[in-house]
Design a protein around this ligand. Structure first.
Ligand SMILES: Nc1ncnc2c1ncn2[C@@H]1O[C@H](COP(=O)(O)OP(=O)(O)OP(=O)(O)O)[C@@H](O)[C@H]1O
Ligand SMILES: [Mg+2]
Length: 332
């Protein structure tokens, strides 16, 4: 459905020199430096997949999406969306994609939301039945009718995002590119947006490529993950595979009436690489790095020393995995 082949985008930037003298100097003799925002990226997104596109600020996500949406042309390499090279055939591409850029609007500033939608219906040639079905869904999930009488320019950020999201789905696109779609939305609406896109994916097989700095969006919507760092892909696979790259695992247990401070000290003495913390009540949490300790070692150490009455081993959090990757630029 989506294929990127050695996709590359370079920007020419003016060389910056420090200080006022430097700035004045560049007014007269400007030098360019080339910045590779997207560096030789290749990946595939199968039809019906829900792919998260992750990376720290400036990693190249929006630039990639702009190429996939046909808004910018690659410096080299190419991409295909539904078999079309988007920037070569923007019209045909637009028919099968839906786009949300949290940072800028796709709507008409001076029109109301219903007027904008009627125009989109004509542009995309949306059959009345599909149009009405989708408006009913947007009302159900996004309370879109509440925005009816206001010009787009007067909507709050969250209100505008509801309209943007609806507009991106209005024509039953095969693929949606959502770049930070839940910016400005409250928790209830975030949930609604996540349910709405999952509904489209389930009912129509809509393929999703999503960027978001909200981990909740990723875990509620996506099953696949693509991670970029400084323009390069550093991980592609399932969400589960990414989570399993977490450097730490954790175990919590209830240890009856034992002295918690003594128990914590005993664990850290027996397992110097582990971090033990009293976690309220009679519970102790042990975090351990998997490149130094196996789960078996940790478990047998705990079972030997404590009268364990209850036990939890939560899955590593995606948030901490992402923090590790953004910090180091590496996945395991
Ligand atoms: N039009 C442009 N001209 C020059 N440089 C650009 C342009 N657009 C993006 N860049 C640069 O390309 C790099 C990648 O930008 P991009 O917007 O793709 O990042 P991003 O991954 O979307 O980040 P964020 O999470 O902050 O949205 C950045 O260093 C940015 O400064
Ligand atoms: Mg971006």
């Amino acid at each position: 459905m989506i294929r990127a082949e050695a996709l590359t985008k370079e920007f020419r930037k003016y060389e910056r020199r420090p200080g006022l003298r430097g700035s004045l100097g560049t007014l007269f003799s400007r030098k360019y430096e080339t910045h590779r925002a997207v560096d030789n990226i290749s990946f595939t997104v199968e039809a019906g997949a829900k792919m998260a596109y992750l990376g720290a600020n400036g990693a190249g996500k929006s630039t990639t999406i702009k190429m996939l949406a046909g808004i910018t042309t690659p410096t080299s390499g190419r991409c295909l969306v539904n078999g079309i090279e988007p920037y070569l055939n923007r019209r045909a591409n637009a028919q099968s994609i839906g786009v949300v850029f949290g940072q800028r609007t796709q709507l008409w500033w001076d029109l109301s939301v219903p007027d904008s939608f009627r125009i989109l219906q004509r542009i995309y040639d949306i059959p009345e039945k599909v149009y009405r079905r989708n408006l009913r869904l947007f009302q159900e999930y996004l309370d879109i009718d509440a925005l009816a009488s206001t010009q787009v320019r007067k909507l709050s950020l969250g209100q505008r995002m509801r309209a943007e999201i609806a507009a991106s789905l209005l024509h039953d696109p095969k693929v949606v590119f959502w770049d930070e779609p839940t910016i400005g939305l409250d928790v209830i609406l975030k949930d609604a947006v996540r349910e709405l896109i999952n509904h489209f994916n389930r009912e129509l097989g809509t393929t999703v490529l999503l960027t978001s700095h909200d981990i909740g969006d990723i875990t509620s919507i996506c099953d696949q993950v693509l991670v970029v760092d400084r323009g390069k892909v550093i991980h592609q696979g399932t969400l589960q595979e990414l989570i399993s790259t977490a450097a730490y695992r954790s175990i919590s247990f209830e240890c009856g009436r034992q002295d918690l401070a003594a128990a914590v000290a005993a664990i850290e003495e027996a397992l110097p690489k582990a971090i033990a913390t009293a976690a309220g009540g009679h519970r102790i949490r042990v975090d351990y790095p998997i490149d130094h300790l196996t789960s078996k070692e940790v478990l047998s150490c705990l079972l030997e020393r404590f009268d364990i009455t209850d036990f939890y081993a939560p899955e590593p959090e995606l948030g901490s995995v992402v923090r590790e990757i953004y910090g180091t630029g590496k996945t395991a």
